[in-house]
Design a protein around this ligand. Structure first.
Ligand SMILES: Cc1cc2nc3c(=O)[nH]c(=O)nc-3n(C[C@H](O)[C@H](O)[C@H](O)COP(=O)(O)O)c2cc1C
Length: 195
C-alpha cells in the first residue's frame, strides 16, 4: 500500500506528529509520504490518506477545505483524520456517528460544575469538534479519527493567536503530545484501511 500522511499546521507541532504517524505506518510495510497539505495536488496515487491538523478556532481551515475539496476521492480511497487540541471537555462521548474515535485519555477535562457546561466547555466537546469534519467528508466517512493533546507555545505565535488561546481556550502553554498514544493509533491504520 502507498499511504499519504498530509498535515496542516500553525506553529509546527502537527508536522512532527505527522512524521511519527508516517513512521508507524511504514513499520507495517507500507510505502509512506509525509507532506504539508499545500503540496498535495491529487490523491490518485494513494491507497490510503491520513489528514492531520490542529484545532484553531475550529479545525484548521486548510485541513477542512482539503477534506471538502477531495470528499469524492474519499469514497474510493480510505481516509483517517487526526485532530490536535489543547482543550477537550470530558462528556463521555467516545464516538461520532459510527466512526471509531480514539481520544488521548490525558486530554479530556471534566466540566467544573458537573452537567452544567460553561460556554467554553460546551465549545470544547468532542462532538462539536468532529461534526464539521464529518460534514466535510460526507458522504464518505473516515475509517478512523484520532484526537490528541497538542503543543501550545506562546513564543511561537502572533499576538492575536496568544490572546485567543489565553482567553477562549484557557489552556496553559506546554507540550501535551502523548507520543505512545499517537503511535499506537497510527500503528492500527493499515488494518483500518483494509477493512
Ligand atoms: C489561535 C489558536 C486557536 C486554538 N484553538 C483551539 C481550539 O479551539 N481548541 C483546542 O483544543 N485547541 C486550540 N488551540 C490549541 C492548538 O490546537 C494546539 O496548540 C496545536 O497543537 C497547535 O498545533 P501546531 O503547532 O501544528 O500549530 C488553539 C491554538 C491557537 C494558537
Amino acid at each position: 500500500m502507498k499511504i499519504l500522511v498530509a498535515y496542516a499546521t500553525m506553529a509546527g507541532s502537527t508536522a512532527e506528529v505527522a512524521q511519527a504517524v508516517g513512521e508507524e505506518i511504514a513499520k507495517a510495510g507500507s510505502q509512506v509520504e509525509v507532506l504539508p497539505l499545500s503540496e498535495i495536488k491529487d490523491l490518485e496515487a494513494y491507497d490510503g490518506v491520513v489528514i492531520g491538523g490542529p484545532m484553531i478556532m475550529g479545525w484548521h481551515r486548510a485541513a477542512s477545505r482539503f477534506l471538502k475539496k477531495h470528499r469524492h476521492a474519499f469514497q474510493r480511497t480510505p481516509l483517517a483524520v487526526f485532530v490536535m487540541a489543547m482543550s477537550l471537555t470530558k462528556t463521555g462521548e467516545m464516538s461520532q456517528g459510527d466512526v471509531p474515535v480514539t481520544v488521548d485519555e490525558d486530554l479530556p477535562k471534566p466540566p467544573a460544575k458537573g452537567g452544567n457546561l460553561s460556554l467554553r466547555e460546551r465549545y470544547a466537546r468532542l462532538s462539536n469538534y468532529l461534526r464539521p469534519i464529518l460534514a466535510a467528508t460526507h458522504p464518505a466517512k473516515p475509517a478512523s479519527i484520532g484526537v490528541f493533546g497538542g503543543r501550545l507555545e506562546y513564543g511561537r505565535l502572533k499576538w492575536w493567536a496568544v490572546l485567543f488561546a489565553m482567553l477562549i481556550i484557557q489552556a496553559p502553554a506546554g507540550d501535551r503530545r502523548n507520543w505512545p498514544a499517537i503511535r499506537s493509533w497510527a500503528a492500527g491504520l493499515p488494518a483500518a484501511f483494509r477493512q
